[in-house]
Every structure is written in C-alpha cells, then in structure tokens.
Design a protein around this ligand. Sequence first.
Ligand code: NAD
Ligand code: MG
Length: 378
Amino acid sequence: MTSSSIAHSPAVSQVQVALGLRSYEILIGADLIAGAGAILKDMIKNPRVAIVTDENVAALHLNGLQNSLTEAGIQFSTFVFPPGESSKSIASYSDLMNRLLDSRIQRDEALIALGGGVIGDLTGFAASTLRRGVDFIQIPTTLLSQVDSSVGGKTGINAPQGKNLIGAFYQPRLVLADISALDTLPPREVLAGYAEVVKYGLLGDYEIFEWLELNGKKVIEGDAAARIYAVEQSVKAKARIVAKDEREGGVRALLNLGHTFGHALEAETGYGPHLNHGEAVAIGMIMAAELSASLGYLDRQDCGRIRAHFKSLGLPVRVPDIAGVNWNAEKLLAHMRQDKKISGGKITLILMKAIGDTFITKTIEEADILSLLQQELK
Ligand code: NAD
Ligand code: MG
C-alpha cells in the first residue's frame, strides 16, 4: 500500500494542522502501525530512523512497527525507556541524546515517538535539540496522546522544580494515530484520555458533546468507528485552536479548561497513582462548570447535564478519598496561585457560558473560587 492509498482509504481520516511551512497531517485509523513503513517511505529524507518507546509499548507494538519498516526498506535503531512520568526527566533526555549521538545519527534521520505522552514529549524535545533539530514523527498509542499531546507541538521534560519546565514548541512532520493500538490500553488510561475528548466538546463544540452523550460509551468500550470519530473530532478541535495561536498567546489557553483546578488536585496528591491527570481534569471541569453556574454565567441545567454525562461513563466528579491526603480549599487555592497561568496577581480561569462556549477570564475573585472549592470538597 502506498501512503496515498492508505490516506485515501475510507477507514482513515485525515486532519491537517495548518501552520504554514510547519503544517502536517494527522492520520487516524486502524492498523496504521502495520502500515507505517509504506506511509513513511515517501516522506522521510533518509531511509534510516530512530524509534523511541517505553517498555510497555515495546512489548505490545514495537514488533509491528519494526516489521513494517523493514518491509518498506527502512532501517532503524530502537531506544526503550521505562514506562511512566519518570522518563520525562533530564536524566532520560541526557541518556537519549548520548545514545542517539553514539549511534551516529545524521541530521536527515527522523525520530519516531512510539508511545504515550511521556514518550512523545521526551522524543519531541530530543528532536528539537538534536543537531539543532531533526524531523520527528508521532505514533501516539494512548487515547490521551492521540487526542492531545501528539498534536500542537508542545514538547518537553520535567525539571526538579516542576513539570514541563524545560521544553520547546516543535511540530512533528506527521502524526499516525492508530486506534488499533488502543485495544491494549488499560481501561483507566482510556477513561483518562476520554476526559480530554469531552473537554473539546465543552470548550468549543456543542455537537461533539451531544455526540458523546450518545456515543461516549462506545468510545470507552472500544468501538473502532466511534474511536476514529472521537479522535478525529478532538484533533480537529485542537488543530483549529493551535493554527490560530501556536504559542499560547491567546485562544490556546481555552485548552486549559478544567486544568487550573486539575493541576491543583494533582499537586496536592503529589502526582501519585490515586489520581491521574485525566481524572484530575475531569473533576476540574466539574469545578469550572459549577463555578460558572454559581457566578451566573452557565445555566444550572447545563451544569447538571455535564455532571450526568461524566457519571454515566465513570469519570469522577468529586475528589476521591486518598490515604494521607487531607483535602482543604485553602491549600488547593494556594496551588492554583502557583499555576503558571497566573498573571497580574489574578488566577486565570476558563469558565463556561454554555456547553460548547467558554471564555478566558482573569477577573474572578479568590473569595468566589474559595467558596466553590469549599462546596465541592464537602
Ligand atoms: P504515558 O505516556 O505515561 O502512558 C500511560 C501508560 O500507558 C504508560 O504506562 C504506558 O507505558 C502505557 N501505554 C501506552 N500505550 C499503550 C498501549 N497502546 N497499550 C498498553 N499500554 C500503553 O501517559 P499519557 O497519558 O499518554 O501522557 C501523559 C503525558 O503527556 C504527561 O507527561 C503530560 O505532561 C503529557 N502531555 C503533553 C501534552 C502536550 O501538549 N505535549 C498534552 C497533554 C499531556
Ligand atoms: Mg491535559
């Protein structure tokens, strides 16, 4: 199969991220890893590439990728990291750079990120700095990375001082979102990614939300057509926003709906295993909706509708009991003040006027945020 025959097969959706010379395609469909060699052959400059992945993904999907590259006559070297956020460290970055340079990688060779957001962020940042920038290709294998982190060009690693503090805006050359890869994803990771899917509906597209109310269960349970549609609508929404505001000077901040609250919850739980990012963002979106309703921006009924949808799919709507965590509104507010989105002394929030209609505001009084937090922690 040639890249154009794959791209034009009816089962594959194609979305463009329009960024002038840095524009790229996102292909969404089944079995794209198996077809990756044929797709990449026509676009890479050198028939040698470097694959970066983690141990979990390597065990499940690396052979498929390697076989398809071999069939297409593409040579590769492979670099495998332990799974988890700890691989987005300065140490992993340094290790990857050393190993890539030891392998005598050339400027015209591409890096392929095969994995979730951790591998995508690490590989993208490595690509942005290796020999002042080499091509990179995203093959996201989690729902979160397919709908969010692989698109938009934010790459980076964590510093001891905080998450994502070292990084670059660096766009991939191509994104292959193989929804077949999601078949091996643990259900909790699927749900975490789904929180970001529903976010796109809430922040800017009522039709997406309405579709999810009817089909969200299918997306969660693994229906291929529903997953392709959900990923396609999500990346279209993200691509539209990124095309308007690549470096988050304005509208891109809307993508942070639920995130200022969510980051505070994550910080309070020490980014531990009891609350993952998607879960924190889900609760954060409920908090944003409740605050919007209590300030009179959002209809109470819409707020209830959002809550009902989350509940029906098993997304959390309130903070869980976690041993050692003493939920406290003042402490959460303090975390929100630390969030990087703060400016001019006021906390920046994304609030809702309706399902599908959000706005960025820096005028909300801390007293209002505090009483909302108190109410939600009750
Ligand atoms: P992840 O990369 O840690 O993947 C989650 C888990 O799933 C890991 O254990 C991984 O090994 C496993 N896994 C991945 N694919 C699998 C598959 N197909 N089958 C079975 N297991 C699989 O986490 P994530 O949720 O994908 O990404 C989170 C990261 O993304 C965070 O570091 C976050 O900061 C970053 N992020 C970046 C952006 C951005 O714009 N760059 C946006 C959102 C999040
Ligand atoms: Mg997020």
